[in-house]
Design a protein around this ligand. Structure first.
Ligand code: WTA
Length: 704
């Protein structure tokens, strides 16, 4: 992490940050009385003295075919192995055992986006039947077996759950790609994971209209082929069996409608395959500093134990609850806290097809009232949006939440208070859960029945998680010092990914090398996990997460790598150079702005801007659509040729650009500033005044 001496910047993580301490909110008494964790003895059970055995309490929530011999094996540090010797099946744990005890109990409620369409209730017994039949199809029709990878590109439909669990039943490693990602993005992930089979859907409703999703499968297969991976079969679920909603033709011999093939497997049973705890359940791709996405590889035993345990104590899931998480099933939150955690505990999990404010900002509260939802889970972006469009709407509906979760981005204290007072009607405990794709489950949060909430802070480390903040040199940043640093986790935990799929060196480099002093050590104390987030800790031990310190822009809770955005822009033949920077946005947290310079002989103009937008949508997806594309004559650069993203990020956010005298071309900065800021003012796109932490982030953006 070095750059030449001509860039004497301070990294964001070293900037002193001051913020007003917020007041505590005690857990609501009614909640505490029924909470799964309301006896402080649990904190003792999960103290460092009891590590790693404390996590057997989580593993004991599962049914094991064979118990483990070793709780934590560190012999291949830092490739940790949990519950070694144990055998189990994730699908059995999420479906069969509940279907046996309680077949009529509702496992999944599916809420279609169109309000007049019928809500679907799927019992554990039905789910078991569907999973068995689809597993038979995967095994006998698609030829999949334990250890194979299969890519899923599925929207918020119960068929996504059936597909994931059918894979888990066979030990097939699923790799679910967020439905909003483009065909090309899906194809890259197919190629990286080596999937021969793609499972998708014809279409789904979003913001009131049915989009063509199948077309992305064709693009994905073509892109995978370009990258050397053949896909033999594309299995297409139809949103309405028998009715094809997509205008894109099916490819003969390659594409099959699931509803046409599955009849052959009706009534078949597939025994759940007994797998090693250390076998893999799924891959989840995420963005990082370099262009190629990383496939976080998650285990069966450790992961499932961790999400079951955290769902029980942090989401406070009891079997009789109706739990609704609005995250997308194609992200880690959907995997851990829509599917695996809640179903492992045998509760009812709600899946909603569309956008939260369709047809209006009262929709979530109508769904909650109608279904009796009592646990609600969403992102700060959705909360900000619902607050903006319908600030008083929750009061009109008669629902009662006992807990509410927020995840994915820092939440501003005033937004937090709206969530608490208006959505929660002052009666629900909020858990602000901080974690990552790589970590499987929560890292930081208050334990809702035992620890008071503090707006804007996620809380202390989760049970059995021991975070620490280091400065760039590896010195511990003391709590209460008002100094930010790099937050790390000192110890392993069962939910941590096993490795980066196919790239063990990258796993070491990105997450462990920074603060490891002895690469041969087999002692976990020597391997702090580097999270990539800036954070600070106050006197009470609560953490406040500032955001990514790598080249990642968090748009509405979606991690987008600047390198991925820039490579996408560079697919436009006229583009010579590209740089992506964040702009502060009151709803989505951050949005992307692109700066591009053109090759000689090409003229800037709206057409060129549209080409860049289209390229980003093709390569990544609509979620990455930049707010603006600025075509500039040249990029501000260091003398060694590095694009100074902090300078253009400051321009985009109307922040002071700082000292530019050390640049190779300081004279261009003023021209860029005038051009961009004038255009923004003309559009009425003036940001509010930035907070101190936002300013620090922007002015350090892209520093290494
Ligand atoms: C950010 C999502 C503040 C953080 C589960 C992290 C948060 C990245 C919070 C991971 C939170 C997540 N408060 N920031 N409660 N939760 N983040 O992999 O920067 O999509 O590193 O996992 O989101 O995003 P990912």
């Amino acid at each position: 992490m070095t750059e030449s001496s001509e860039t004497p910047e301070v990294s964001e993580s070293q900037i002193a940050v001051h913020w007003r301490e917020e007041e505590y909110y005690p857990p609501p008494e009614k909640f505490v009385a029924q909470a799964n964790a309301n006896d402080p003895a649990i904190l003792e059970r999960f103290s460092e003295d009891n590590f790693p055995d404390c996590f057997t309490e989580y593993a004991d929530l599962l049914t094991w075919d064979k118990p483990w011999d070793t709780v934590l094996d560190t012999s291949a540090a830092p490739f940790w192995k949990w519950f070694v010797g144990g055998k189990l099946n994730a699908c059995y744990n999420c479906v069969d055992r509940h279907a046996a005890a309680n077949p009529d109990k509702t496992a999944v409620i599916w809420v279609p986006e169109l309000e007049d369409d019928e809500t679907l209730h799927i019992s554990y017994g039905d789910l078991l039947r569907q999973v068995n039949e689809f597993a038979a199809l995967l095994r006998d029709f698609a030829g999949l077996k334990a250890g194979d990878r299969v890519t899923l590109h599925m929207p918020m439909m119960p068929e996504a759950v059936v597909t994931m669990l059918a894979c888990a039943r066979l030990g097939v490693i699923h790799s679910q790609v967020f439905g909003g990602f483009s065909g090309n993005a899906c194809g890259t992930r197919i190629a990286d994971s080596g999937s021969r089979v793609l499972i998708t859907m014809d279409g789904y409703y979003r913001a009131g209209s049915m989009g063509d999703h199948k077309v992305k499968a064709d693009e994905a297969v073509a892109e995978a082929k370009r990258q050397g991976q053949d896909v033999d079969k594309v299995l297409v679920w139809r949103r309405k069996p028998g009715e094809y909603q997509s205008p894109t033709p099916m490819v003969d011999g390659r594409d099959f409608f699931v509803d046409e093939v599955i009849g052959k497997y009706a009534g078949q049973d597939v025994a759940p395959v007994s797998l090693d705890a250390t076998d893999s359940l799924f891959l989840m791709y995420t963005s990082g500093t370099t262009g190629r996405p990383k496939g976080a590889q998650h285990s069966i035993g450790g992961y499932l134990s961790y999400v079951a345990g955290t769902s029980k104590y942090y989401q406070d899931i009891h079997p009789d609850d109706v739990y609704w998480c609005l995250a997308d099933i194609g992200w880690i939150t959907g995997h851990s806290y829509i599917v695996y955690g809640p179903l492992a505990l045998g509760t009812t999990t709600v899946i909603y097809e569309g956008v939260p404010n369709y047809p209006d900002g009262g929709r979530p509260w109508r769904v909650a009232e109608k279904l009796g939802v009592n646990i609600f889970h969403t992102s700060p972006t959705s909360i900000r949006m619902l607050r903006k469009v319908a600030p008083d709407e929750p009061f009109k509906y008669n629902y009662h939440f006992k807990t509410m979760t927020t995840v994915g981005e820092p939440i501003e204290p005033e937004v937090w208070r709206w969530y608490y007072n208006v959505v929660g009607k002052g009666q629900a405990a909020i858990t602000d859960t901080w974690w990552q794709t790589e970590t499987g489950g929560f890292l930081g949060s208050t334990l809702p029945g035992l620890q008071p909430m503090k707006p804007g802070s996620c809380g202390p480390g989760a049970l059995g998680i021991f975070p620490v903040i280091y400065d760039e040199d590896g010195n511990e940043v003391p709590k209460g010092s008002n100094k930010a640093g790099n937050i790390c986790i000192r110890n392993p935990w069962p939910g941590i990914m096993q490795t980066v799929w196919g790239q063990p060196e990258r796993f070491l480099d990105v997450y462990y090398r920074k603060y490891n002093t002895d690469p041969d050590s087999k002692d976990w104390h020597d391997w702090p996990y580097f999270c990539g987030d800036g954070a600070l800790q106050s006197d009470d031990g609560y953490f406040r997460i500032l955001g990514r310190i790598d080249d990642v822009i968090n748009v509405a809770g979606h991690r987008l790598g600047t390198k991925e955005l820039e490579s996408a822009a560079l697919t436009v033949p006229e583009v010579a150079e590209a740089a992506a920077v964040p702009v502060i946005d009151d709803i989505r947290g951050r949005m992307v702005e692109m700066y591009v310079s053109l090759k000689p002989g090409f003229e800037p103009g709206p057409e060129m801007e549209s080409k860049v937008v289209a390229a980003i949508e093709t390569e990544i997806g609509k979620i990455a659509r930049p707010k603006n594309v600025w075509i500039v004559p040249d990029m501000p650069k260091t003398r060694s040729g590095k694009i100074m993203r902090r300078v253009i990020a400051s321009v985009s956010n109307f922040a002071d650009v700082g000292d530019v005298t050390t640049l190779a071309n300081p004279e261009i900065v003023d021209g860029i500033r005038q051009h961009v800021q004038r255009a923004k003012v003309a559009k009425g796109d003036m940001p509010r005044e930035l907070t101190e932490t936002e300013l620090a982030e922007i002015q350090a953006f892209g520093n290494e």
